[in-house]
Design a protein around this ligand. Structure first.
Ligand code: NAD
Length: 473
């Protein structure tokens, strides 16, 4: 790519990509040509993607504003910078990642050497979601390209401006023979799922995750499922309360107004400490979003009226009536809901049982803080779990005994910003992981290679298996 120019009006993407039935076959023949395996191709595509993020930053921010009213700073740091830094890391580390890993071999094969060779899987499909529609679409694409695959991206139709922008930009600046975007919703995704892929990387909810997994089974296609769930935050009393409150707020409302897979879904604390924590949250929330948070420019809107209605249904559940202790305001016309905290919702209320994925935060109280571990483990394994404490023993117990995709101690959500840590779920929250080298590995097959010369050809392994040979064993 040599020339970048302002966005041309109208679609410029190769619309043959819409012919979903041919997409995987076309890409397969390109993959077979060996084009995508070369390091030059991988580097050129990663560089193009990096240039897209810098040259079209304004268009990307505008698309995210249109889809989610994402505050500019948040959109830049979580989406634009998220993608550009992943590209930069892949470009910097690619040669190292691609190098065969030497391993020791045993006496059985003496003399020999062993190595693990990373080879691309082939033609892969990335199906993405709407809450970080730029980053969650392109981060897996970066891994797929770095590993040398041909790739089809199916962005979420729920974030149409970002979907269309990515379709146009990738169609224009990436190699259209090996990187394609197919826009659309259920019919297009269903048609794509009928094709054979060498890996499907899906981000979204677990109900559709099950559809993806059964479609993949027909072709024995391996799958990564990046799903959601209810991420708990345990808050002990021996903490720096102000810092804890700010970090809980940042992870919940500061990330897309709660519409984030790793956002705190519910808080657990002791009965005695709950009111102290609520006061701290209330005071910090006022500082961040003012007295009338519905007017704040620093809170994302709810993605659409379907999700707005889903969230207000959780809030209007009569089982939690009178239990809202912070917020509760809403504005349907502008799809806004204020940061809202609910104290002691009953166990059978909707909010305690469904993934919230929005600005509502229930606080569940327990007698002893240690009780939280058993409570978390009694539910589906969460994508993330958080603990605020200064108690070293509790920290160790939490890390050792809570099963979750990932976790952070005295922090929320920030573990996913570390490219040295894998990001992915476990159990109900998904399977497989990515980020940094884990993305490269996710889209690679680890091929076992044993190398021998002709020396050391022991007779003992060949028939006839005489009594003398048996004695030697
Ligand atoms: P969504 O509605 O955008 O759906 C995700 C994708 O599935 C879209 O591309 C959509 O076209 C496709 N899809 C929808 N219905 C389908 C069907 N019947 N058959 C085939 N494909 C279909 O997104 P969503 O599911 O509302 O996303 C929110 C969920 O995603 C939450 O549960 C959240 O926790 C989870 N999530 C997880 C991560 C993660 O990285 N683990 C990140 C973001 C969101």
């Amino acid at each position: 790519v040599s020339v970048f120019h302002p966005m041309a009006p109208g679609p410029v993407v190769d619309r043959t990509a819409q012919n979903v039935e041919r997409v995987s076959q076309d890409l397969r023949s390109v993959y077979r040509s060996g084009k995508t395996k070369s390091v030059e191709w991988r580097v050129s595509q990663l560089k193009s993607l990096l240039r897209i993020t810098t040259h079209y930053e304004k268009d990307i921010l505008e698309a995210l504003r249109s889809d989610l009213n994402k505050p500019e700073l948040e959109a830049f740091s979580h989406e634009v910078y998220g993608v550009s830094s992943s590209c930069e890391l892949a470009l910097k580390e690619l040669h190292r990642w691609m190098m065969p890993e030497k391993v020791k071999t045993s006496m059985i094969n003496f003399p020999s050497t062993g190595e693990i060779v990373s080879e691309p899987l082939g033609v892969v499909l990335v199906i993405s979601t709407w809450n970080y529609p730029f980053k969650l679409s392109l981060d897996p694409v970066i891994g797929a390209i770095a590993a040398g695959n041909a790739v089809v991206l199916k962005p979420s139709e729920v974030a149409p401006a970002t979907s269309s922008l990515m379709s146009n930009l990738l169609g224009e600046y990436m190699d259209p023979s090996a990187v394609k975007v197919v826009e659309g919703g259920v019919p297009e995704t269903t048609a794509l799922l009928e094709q054979k892929w060498d890996k499907i990387f899906y981000t979204g909810n677990g109900k559709i995750g099950r559809i993806i997994l059964s479609a993949a089974a027909k072709h024995l296609t391996p799958v990564v499922l990046e799903l959601g769930g209810k991420c708990p935050v345990v808050v002990d009393s021996n903490i720096d309360l102000k810092v804890a409150a700010r970090r809980i707020i940042a992870g919940k409302w500061g990330c897309n107004n709660g519409q984030t897979c790793v956002a705190p879904d519910y808080v657990m604390t002791t009965k005695e400490f709950a009111s102290t924590l609520i006061d701290a949250l209330s005071s910090e929330l006022k500082k961040f979003y003012g007295k009338d948070p519905l007017q704040s420019k620093d809170l994302s809107t709810i993605i659409n009226s379907r999700h707005f209605d889903r969230l207000t249904k959780l809030l209007d559940d009569e089982k939690i009536s009178g239990k809202v202790v912070i917020g509760g305001q809403r504005d349907k016309a502008n799809l806004k809901i204020a940061p809202t905290v609910i104290l002691d919702a009953p166990e059978d209320s909707l909010i305690i049982n469904e993934e919230i994925f929005g600005p509502l935060l229930p606080i569940v109280t327990v007698d002893k803080i240690e009780d939280c571990i058993g409570l978390i483990n009694s539910k589906g394994k969460p994508l993330a779990a958080y603990l605020f404490t200064n108690d070293e023993k509790l920290k160790e117990e939490f890390v050792r005994n809570v099963s979750a995709g990932g976790m952070a101690i005295n922090e929320t959500s920030m573990h996913i910003a570390e490219s040295t840590l894998p990001f992915g779920g476990v159990g109900e929250s998904g399977m497989g992981s990515y980020h940094g080298k884990f993305s490269f590995d996710t889209f690679s097959h680890k091929k076992a290679v044993l190398r021998r010369g002709f020396a050391g050809d022991a007779d003992i392994r060949y028939p006839p298996f005489t009594p003398e040979k048996v004695k030697l064993l």
